[in-house]
Design a protein around this ligand. Structure first.
Ligand code: PAF
Length: 286
């Protein structure tokens, strides 16, 4: 596995692969990898001739009161996971390689970024769209792989690719969960033992939501209320939102249909966790 730290190294290697007629897949990550990330890399390995993964904690997508400084990092362990998942090249740049000090060009998206996580994380999706655009320009992949856990991010990147004519296929991969149902996340590491138990309320609420939808519920307000009541049964949980939105515009809908998104953000102690399901996706088993 090649470890590249500069944009030039990545460009040179990708050019060689493309000259050989090989296709390239990209898996952008912020490191501290788990099976969720590995599933993206495996999908890329299956669908593309060569796989590039980036490991870069992107400062411009964190707000002033967010966890940039404490965001977990373990590059050595990340490398093991990437090797096993069939990654051919890792791009692991310093912040100074990615951003000039006087950076003043950003990629921003409206409408889709105004709801759900975007409502409380000002500037977050501008930071995501900017870094992902840069990675797309550096790696020029044929396909790029993103997890459905960050469902709003996935919808935003699909729209950005369409609106800016990137010509890259975006592949959304299913949420990977712990055996007890908790969606895998690098931030799960922040949870104390009691909080880890309490965090199960997210996947239990998702499961309950899927059961109601499976039983024919199509009214967003009723579904949200039932899910809020379930979340309220866990004293350590403070829900930030439970929303039902159109699967591509991320705008709230009164009644929902297949492909729409039921999403939630919940604080467990100081840790903000998200979980979701797309209406029509298979129910989670817990
Ligand atoms: O999902 C993430 O880990 C990040 O938002 C991404 C896409 C790697 C951009 O920094």
């Amino acid at each position: 596995m090649i470890i590249a730290t500069t944009i030039d190294e990545v460009r040179k290697q990708v050019r060689e692969w493309k000259n050989e007629g090989l296709t390239v897949g990209l898996c952008p990550t912020m490191g501290f990898l788990h099976e969720g990330h590995a599933s993206l890399m495996k999908a890329s390995h299956e669908q593309c001739d060569r796989t590039v993964a980036s490991v870069f904690v992107n400062p411009i997508q964190f707000g002033p009161n967010e966890d940039l400084d404490t965001y977990p990092r373990d590059f050595e362990h990340d490398c093991k996971i990437m090797e096993e998942a069939g990654v051919d090249m890792v791009f692991h740049p310093e912040v100074s390689e990615m951003y000039e000090e006087d950076l003043c060009t950003y990629v921003d998206i409206d409408v889709l970024s105004e709801t759900l996580c975007g409502a409380s994380r000002a500037g977050h999706f501008r930071g995501v769209c900017t870094v992902v655009s840069k990675l797309f320009n550096i790696v020029t992949p044929d396909k790029a792989f993103f997890g459905k856990k960050d469902a709003q991010q996935l919808a935003i990147i699909k729209r950005m690719v369409r609106d800016l004519s990137f010509g890259i296929e975006i592949v959304g991969c299913p949420i990977v969960r712990e055996a007890d149902g908790l969606a895998k996340s690098s931030r799960n590491t922040y949870l104390s033992e009691d909080e880890r138990k309490a965090a199960l309320i997210l996947s239990k609420t998702i499961r309950m939501g899927q059961t109601l939808v499976g039983g024919g519920e199509r009214d967003s307000l009723r579904l949200r209320e039932a899910m809020m009541v379930k979340l309220a049964s866990e004293p350590l949980a403070s829900p930030e939102y439970v929303e039902v939105v159109d699967g591509s515009t991320m705008q709230p809908v009164e009644t929902f249909k297949e492909g729409d998104l039921v999403a939630m953000a919940v604080r467990i102690g100081d840790t903000r966790l998200i979980d979701n399901f797309f209406v029509g996706d298979p129910a989670i088993e817990i």
